[in-house]
Write a protein of this length. Structure first.
Length: 248
């Protein structure tokens, strides 16, 4: 059947649009398959541990990174983060962080869902919590059932006390190397790096280094491009290197 030239052009244009639409649908399906395989079931559930005298930025830095992350920058205002972030407390009671900031846990050890990632922050409170056997055992139990466990600052000393750093590279705040050495005598302490990324235990240096670590965790799950885009949204430099940015 012959069509008028105008109708024929319209049919060709419509077919092109249909093919382009179909290609986009297929690509989106492939992306969903890749992201929802056994490794990256979405959303990735993150539990950030909080306790009295926890360091504020050790909690808020990673929280911001995971909350800001997006898989499609063009749909940033429409699509949610691929991470679901929960504040995890030993009890449901309000937490008083360093400097007086008050935090309220979303969940406790008793009702927390299965986690993909556990973040153990630092702060002056770690000097007390490191002697709380029940608290440490609960961290150990959670860490045993997560894909990744990561510490910020002196949170590494809590991991070290329960043996999770034995034979592993680890770092901490530059003022707390002795604290870490006592808690984790079998760890390979790195004073020259800002973070260590050896699965399934990651560690970082102090305070702001938790942001760097969290950005690299985003890249670990979704690739460097997503990590870099997340850092750019935060107006924060993406950590290309693990080197410390200060002399000790």
């Amino acid at each position: 059947m012959k069509y008028p030239k105008r109708i024929g052009s319209w049919l060709v244009s419509s077919c092109d649009l249909f093919i382009q639409f179909h290609e986009r649908v297929v690509l989106n399906q492939i992306k969903k398959m890749d992201l929802n395989n056994g490794h990256n079931q979405l959303p990735i559930i993150v539990g950030i541990l909080i306790f009295d005298q926890v360091e504020v930025l050790d909690v808020a830095g990673p929280f911001e990174v995971f909350s800001v992350a997006r898989l499609n920058e063009e749909r940033r205002q429409i699509e949610p983060s691929p991470f679901r972030v929960l504040l995890l407390g030993e009890k449901q009671d309000q937490i008083l962080a360093v400097g007086g900031l008050r935090l309220i846990p979303d969940v406790t050890f008793d009702n927390c869902p299965e986690l993909d990632l556990l973040i153990v922050p630092g702060g002056w409170g770690t000097r007390i919590e490191i002697n709380d056997v029940k608290f440490l055992n609960r961290i150990a139990d959670r860490a045993a059932h997560t894909k990744l466990t990561a510490s910020v600052c002196t949170g590494s000393s809590l991991l070290g006390r329960i043996g999770l750093l034995d034979g592993r590279e680890a770092t901490t705040h530059w003022r707390a190397f002795d604290f870490l050495r006592k808690a984790a005598p079998k760890a390979k302490i790195r004073k020259d790096v800002r973070f260590t990324l050896v699965e399934p235990i990651f560690t970082s240096a102090g305070v702001s280094a938790g942001i760097d670590l969290a950005l690299r965790i985003v890249s670990h799950f979704f690739g460097t491009e997503i990590g870099v885009a997340t850092a750019r949204q935060m107006e924060y430099p993406y950590p290309q290197s693990d080197r410390r940015q200060m002399d000790i």
